[in-house]
Design a protein around this ligand. Structure first.
Ligand SMILES: Nc1ncnc2c1ncn2[C@@H]1O[C@H](COP(=O)(O)OP(=O)(O)OP(=O)(O)O)[C@@H](O)[C@H]1O
Length: 505
């Protein structure tokens, strides 16, 4: 097919020369013959070279900005090129580790769409103009040329181009260097800049594959995220902001941060780490939230601690109120310190989450984390505010197998049965299991690591047994004490009633 088209190209250029020669000599032909001859030549050209070519320029017209279509095509072809072309231009992108291959100039890349073949080629024209231009390299003009059979004009100029644009943008989002934003003022070393968020590159390696958790739970979360990502039309239809709220709860070290990173990596989103304790008031919170970009995960960690400053403070004020009201100096001092502290209220936060993003659109995930779910205000965890509650639990056997694979590259071992039964009887966080699985030196092999885990689990089990025994003993002691006290009370009551009977007599 390719050979045919190349042949066609050659024949085509021969015919083009024929047209040129015809243009020069046509005056020597009788007038009435000129029309039919011209018609036949054109028919012949169309028959022998029935291909259409479309060009997409890097900088079109007066635009200084690179054409979006050009970039999208480039990204789209970078995926195709690595499989098809033989000459590449390699570029180190993203994390300085992965190579991004793009097609070299004049390298032809074939593509197929609904069974129709098309060909792309990148062409570079260099001129030697001395003129001033805003373009990055004014003497170099690049464009993509797309060739296809004229029979497929409709399919290619419509659905195919749309498909290329969409895929190209998706590749761009995947390859871009994602960012971790933070609003903590201590990280704002460039105080003169007006931006509210500072950022570093987001490079957390955690993914759903490396996350230690039951497979069923992982799949459920992944499916939820997929549904969310594809739900643009659904959210528009129901008139709600395209956002989803997750509440992650579990003891420290159960992997809440790892889960957030896995979510961001799965969706290719940026991460905004919102430190609520440094946000002065609802206006500042509003401004911060407005500045977050689409395709991001906004994280508010340890929500129970962040909101101490509001809900808890009000309660405390009510309690201490009388005392402080009496001392005007104390009262003023307290008011001043409260003014300095964060004034973000729970209702302010919830209102923003509910309302603000409906107005500015874009896809966002908001994640709240807490170590103590019972401490939270019921209004915050009510379903609807947080769409999904995810419990990050202690390490189960399935989670252990993921960690053993991550750290020791093993899928099974003789000691697995023992570990499984020990994990069933103890509460150890994945962080502690991981700590034991990590070789401490080069000499430590799989055996040593697994043994050290077994030892640690046995120790935890023993401690838990002792703790339970101690609790049982204290409980029994208390019950005994309560019994004795109520017996004494009963004696007292009897004596008192006896006395009153004596007095009456
Ligand atoms: N479920 C898990 N899967 C894989 N690794 C985990 C998991 N849980 C913990 N780890 C390991 O333990 C370390 C600490 O975990 P992580 O910071 O995610 O826990 P956390 O629940 O966010 O803790 P904290 O509440 O203290 O912030 C991580 O660096 C990771 O290596």
């Amino acid at each position: 097919m390719m050979g045919m088209r190349e042949l066609g190209t050659n024949v085509g250029s021969v015919l083009a020369s024929l047209m040129f020669v015809w243009a020069i000599f046509k005056n020597h032909f009788p007038y009435r013959l000129r029309g039919p001859i011209e018609k036949y030549i054109q028919k012949l050209v169309k028959f022998v070279y029935p291909y259409i070519q479309i060009t997409f320029h890097e900088f079109a017209g007066e635009h200084i900005k690179r054409s979006e279509a050009f970039s999208a095509i480039q990204n789209y072809l970078s995926k195709k090129a690595s499989a098809q072309a033989s000459r590449f231009k390699a570029d180190v992108e993203k994390d300085s580790k992965s190579l991004v291959l793009t097609m070299d100039e004049y390298e032809e890349v074939p593509d197929e769409f609904n069974g129709v073949k098309v060909w792309w080629v990148l062409i570079k024209h260099t001129t030697n103009s001395q003129s001033f231009s805003f373009y990055p390299n004014p003497d170099e003009k690049r464009f993509f040329k797309l060739s296809f059979h004229k029979r497929h004009r409709e399919l290619i100029t419509g659905p195919y181009i749309e498909h290329v644009m969409k895929e190209g943008k998706a590749v761009f989002l995947k390859n871009r260097q994602r960012k971790l934003y933070s609003n903590n003022p201590s990280k704002h070393w460039y105080g003169w800049k007006s931006t509210k968020w500072s950022h570093v590159f987001f490079e957390h390696p955690s993914t759903f594959d490396t996350l230690a958790m039951e497979t069923k739970k992982k799949e459920e979360i992944k499916n939820d995220l997929k549904k969310f990502r594809q739900g643009k039309e659904y959210y528009t239809k129901i008139g709600k902001a395209w956002k989803r709220g997750y509440l992650l709860y579990g003891s420290p070290g159960t992997g809440k941060s790892s889960m957030i990173a896995a979510i961001a990596n799965f969706l290719d989103y940026d991460v905004y780490d919102l430190e609520l304790t440094t946000v002065m008031d609802n206006t500042e919170l509003r401004n911060l939230l407005i500045e977050t970009s689409s395709k991001s995960v906004v994280v508010i960690e340890d929500i129970d601690c962040s909101l101490h400053l509001t809900g808890q403070r009000v309660k405390k004020k009510e309690k201490d109120g009388d005392e402080e009201e009496k001392d005007p100096i104390k009262k003023k001092e307290k008011e001043e310190s409260e003014n300095k502290a964060s004034k973000v209220t729970l209702s302010g936060l919830l209102n923003f989450i509910d309302g603000l993003w409906s107005a500015c659109g874009g896809e966002r995930i908001i994640v709240f984390t807490t170590n103590y779910v019972d401490k939270l205000d019921p209004a915050l965890i009510r379903r609807g505010r947080m769409d999904k509650h995810i419990e990050m639990s202690y390490c189960c056997f399935e989670a252990f197998k993921v960690l053993a694979n991550n750290y020791l590259d093993i899928n099974s071992h003789d000691s697995y049965a023992k570990i499984e039964s020990l994990l069933g009887e103890t509460n150890m966080t994945p962080a502690d299991v991981a700590e034991n699985l990590m070789p401490k030196s080069d000499e430590e092999g799989v055996e040593t690591c697994l043994n050290s885990l077994i030892e640690a689990l046995e120790k935890v089990k023993e401690e838990a047994r002792k703790k339970a025994e101690e609790e049982e003993r204290l409980k029994a002691e208390k019950e005994q004490k309560d019994k004795e006290e109520s017996a004494q009370e009963a004696v007292k009551v009897d004596e008192n009633s006896a006395n009153s009977v004596v007095k009456e007599n």
